[in-house]
Design a protein around this ligand. Sequence first.
Ligand code: HEC
Ligand code: HEC
Length: 334
Amino acid sequence: MKTSPTISLLFCLLFLLVWAQSLTTSCTSPPNLSIKLSPYFADSIPYPVQNPFSEAGIALGKLLFDDPTLSGNNQISCATCHHKSKHFTDGISLSNNGLSKKRLPRNAPTLFNLAWADQGLFWDGGAQNLESLVFAPLKHADEMGQDLKLLPEELRQKDNYKTLFFKAFAQDTITNALIARALAQYVRTLTAAHARYDEVIQKKAQFTKLEQQGLEIFNQQCVSCHPPPFFTDFGFHAVGDFLEAKEIKTPENDENKIEKGRYRITADSADLGKFKTPTLRNLAMTAPYFHDGRYQTIEIAIQKHTKATNPPRKEEISLLIAFLNTLNEKQIKE
Ligand code: HEC
Ligand code: HEC
């Protein structure tokens, strides 16, 4: 039977449409997954249809995340720069903990609640999803410097990885795509939702007077970009620096040397100097701050929002910090 070219074209378009849909649709509610979220926060963790959660997949992802075999010299793991004890950061402005020991251009962010980040990952939104993101640190010469052609074989040689991959994906093989899927599953399960703030929202605790005053200032000046429950809108904004550099010209403040942020991805001049809004959860444990870790304290990070808000007064800043401290978790869930 002959099909006319128009009909084939239509079929082709239909197929593309369905396929594109399947890539973007996300599901929730992993079956029988023993991850406890605060009920008010979210019923379940969203995930892409092509990479559903499984207990075995998450456990494998965690093992891989902590395993230095994933790097070119077998000494650096994801956890080197995203350490659990530091709330998944490394505590330094610009890490030189990678394979080359060269400083990275940006600060290693915390990894909490990324399953809900829906406008791109990395400070400039350059990665679409966690599955594709993980290849960046794996391959980068200044991070893990791994030759991806060798990685699956290296893991096949090790311990019981073959069994663990089989359990996770029911496939008798180890591939880079499956490594990425396991890592992404694990990172999606890193949630922060058990701070005192969350207890107050669930009426299990109360704010002090100062915290309540801080919340009121927060709701006036900060909530537009740092909304609950994640305390980020996952969007991109310029909060001062770049714009300031255009106005106050000094050699150190040269706009051509300043990071262009989201502009690097979109080439849209409206995106110059915009960076992904960081979460304000667990701030006390994730210093230093901003995309290049230039500010050591929360006070200064807030004061430097010169163009985003009317800079809060000193008394307001201490009230804001009293409130922000209710977002810290002593115990992190994993
Ligand atoms: C040598 C340090 C280093 C190592 C090792 C490393 N990272 Fe990162 N990571 C960073 C830095 C720095 C950034 C910020 C980069 C940027 O935004 O341009 C980052 C960003 C990320 C982000 C984006 C977070 C967000 O809010 O957008 C994720 C997710 C992530 N890393 C996961 C991983 C995983 C998984 C591994 C292991 C395969 C890994 N990282 C290994 C330093 C590191
Ligand atoms: C217009 C959006 C916007 C508003 C309004 C805003 N912020 Fe931010 N905030 C950001 C962005 C974007 C960054 C990251 C900037 C960078 O890295 O260059 C940031 C960074 C921060 C940081 C550093 C966090 C980290 O991990 O690096 C703190 C603390 C902070 N904001 C607190 C506040 C407070 C408190 C207010 C209200 C007084 C506020 N922000 C208002 C967008 C905003």
